[in-house]
Design a binder for this molecule. Structure first.
Ligand SMILES: Cc1cc2nc3c(=O)[nH]c(=O)nc-3n(C[C@H](O)[C@H](O)[C@H](O)COP(=O)(O)OP(=O)(O)OC[C@H]3O[C@@H](n4cnc5c(N)ncnc54)[C@H](O)[C@@H]3O)c2cc1C
Length: 442
């Protein structure tokens, strides 16, 4: 079967849905092709009966200021809740409240050393140098832990310029964090609801395998429910994750481009794909709230520096017996190789380390995990910049021949890559590029 539309959008994550909505608003016919049997990509909410908090297998927080996300929540009748609560750290075997800003000290060292005026190096190289060694060991450890945990990055590979930009005063370190109340699926409801179904066809379970293109023409080969399937259009918006774009032809999920994407190779080499593992542990009761005389009843985050699952968080302000255990960066990359059961056990051990004296296994009702690194349609968690990457995101985002357009979190150039916000913005940007190009050529 073949089908011809104005635009084909590949991928029904935040970027693809945002692009499809903007294109349909401009009057174009759009076909969205999605490999999975659901929309959302790396947004995946599970609602468990009897549990007041959603189980977010992918994105959970709204980082900083994101008018796009708040507007989508408003459209779906939802809202966001502030998650800033108490942080407790396991220090010398005891949970203690952190007050001093170790990351602030590292940021100060970046500024004093004027790192943004010098050639790019890795965070680890900086920490091993004179300016880094002048920092307390605790601050250096925190910098590594934050870059691994938050950016999913390897401190030995991540661009110091990108970290210093991200940590600038008034930026991410100083901003609040919220989450959609009721779950990120509310954002998906708004995105799906914004599609003009007279113009947009969404085809799930359609794995794109090849794209043959020339100026003004795109021929797609796919597998749909186990059978070969074809479609064509004047242009395509490609929103598959970075690691899928990089996968070799023939690998599950990989797409063969003819002509190939050689011009994007420098970007594909310098934008790296990070690893994270998030295990959502549902317990019989929120035992941590009563621990140590109830001192942690208002805790949002528990940190256990040096441990594999170094961060745990609660669903506060929602009170529910759910803990999320998180590991990112090289430790996550290693653990991603293990079975789901081994990963869940490691997460449970992490909870046991923070709360000794509880039989956490006996308290556990269920554990939930999606290993994104093993998922052929993600092949990792989210992107970060390697040393010397410079304008690699702009290069990855650049259209080819007025026919192929690129979106997805890795292509965000507004300072919010690796997030839902960045994905939404990239989809809207790619749609505008399609519209501008077709207006100019008609
Ligand atoms: C565990 C985890 C936690 C996260 N936490 C947060 C958070 O708290 N806050 C935040 O803002 N962000 C978070 N993120 C990042 C956020 O989820 C992503 O940046 C964002 O969802 C990416 O959207 P996207 O549209 O660019 O990509 P995706 O959502 O990955 O969409 C791409 C789509 O392409 C499809 N696809 C792939 N290959 C093919 C193919 N061959 N044919 C057809 N379709 C294909 C995929 O199935 C997918 O649906 C998290 C990510 C992970 C993994």
């Amino acid at each position: 079967m073949t089908d011809r539309q104005d635009v084909i959008v590949i991928g029904a994550g935040a970027a693809g849905l945002a692009a499809a909505a903007a294109l349909s608003r401009s009057g174009r016919s759009v076909q969205v092709l999605e490999a999975r049997d659901r929309i959302g990509g790396r947004i995946w909410t599970r609602l468990e009966p009897g549990l007041a908090a959603p189980v977010e297998l992918g994105a959970e927080f709204i980082h900083g200021d994101s008018p796009e996300t708040y507007e989508l929540l408003r459209q779906a009748g939802g809202s966001a809740v502030d998650t800033s609560g108490e942080h407790w750290s396991l220090i010398d075997g005891r949970l203690q409240r952190r007050t001093e800003s170790l990351l602030g000290q590292v940021r100060g060292a970046f500024e004093a050393a004027e790192v943004l005026r010098k050639p790019d190096i890795s965070l680890e190289t900086f920490l091993a140098g004179e300016a880094g060694r002048a920092l307390p060991e605790e601050a250096r450890a925190m910098a590594r832990a934050f870059v691994s945990g938050f950016d999913a990055a390897d401190p030995r590979l991540v661009s110091l310029h990108s970290v210093a930009e991200e940590w600038r005063s008034g930026g991410m370190l100083d901003s609040s964090q919220s989450r959609p109340s009721g779950g990120y699926h509310t954002v998906l409801q708004a995105l799906a609801g914004a599609l003009d179904r007279a113009r947009v066809q969404v085809r799930l379970q359609t794995v794109v395998t090849a794209i043959d293109w020339s100026s003004g023409s795109v021929e797609i080969q796919a597998e749909r429910l186990g059978r070969p399937w074809r479609a064509s259009a004047r242009s395509a918006v490609i929103t598959v994750p970075l690691a899928v774009l990089r996968a070799a032809g023939g690998a599950p999920g990989a797409i063969r481009f003819r002509p190939g994407l050689e011009s994007k190779q420098p970007a594909l080499d310098r934008i790296l794909c990070g690893a994270v593992l998030k295990v959502m542990l549902r317990f019989r009761r929120a035992f941590w709230a009563g621990h140590d005389g109830g001192r942690h009843a208002d805790a949002s985050f528990f940190h256990s520096p040096g441990k594999v699952f170094a961060t745990l968080w609660t669903p506060l302000p929602v009170r529910a017996p759910l803990l999320s255990a998180w590991v990112g960066g090289p430790a996550a990359a290693r653990l991603c190789e293990s079975s789901d059961e081994e990963i869940m056990r490691a997460a449970l051990d992490g909870v046991g380390t923070v709360f000794p004296g509880y039989d956490v296994e006996a308290e556990l009702e269920s554990a939930h995990l999606h290993n994104w690194a093993r998922d052929p349609f993600a092949r990792g968690a989210y992107s970060y910049l390697g040393v010397g990457a410079g304008h690699a995101r702009e290069l990855l985002a650049a259209p080819l021949g007025g026919t192929l357009f690129f979106a997805g979190e890795a292509t965000d150039t507004t300072g919010e890559p690796a997030t839902v916000t960045g994905a939404l913005r990239s989809g809207a940007r790619a749609a505008m590029e399609v519209i501008r190009h077709s207006d100019a050529s008609s």
